[in-house]
Design a binder for this molecule. Sequence first.
Ligand code: ZN
Length: 89
Amino acid sequence: MFGIFGRVTISKSRLCSRPLCANDAEVLLLFEYETRLVELRGLNRVRDSNLLELCTNHADTFRPPHAWSCQDVRQTQLTAESDESRYVR
Ligand SMILES: [Zn+2]
């Protein structure tokens, strides 16, 4: 639909935010300053430059700042999505 760009998948165009890392970004880090919570989520379709996007390796080794907690909601997301598709069919 967009010529040559149609052949490039979204994941290939989005790299990990860590310097010197050439892996594809797979995980989105959301910083909730009110509650001091870092949420690890699956990538959004639209890139937001304010958010940190990491590859799986770096997301797995990520440690939140002091006094922050970290919540991995990737698995929850996957479950929710498969529930949704069940309804569609
Ligand atoms: Zn990385």
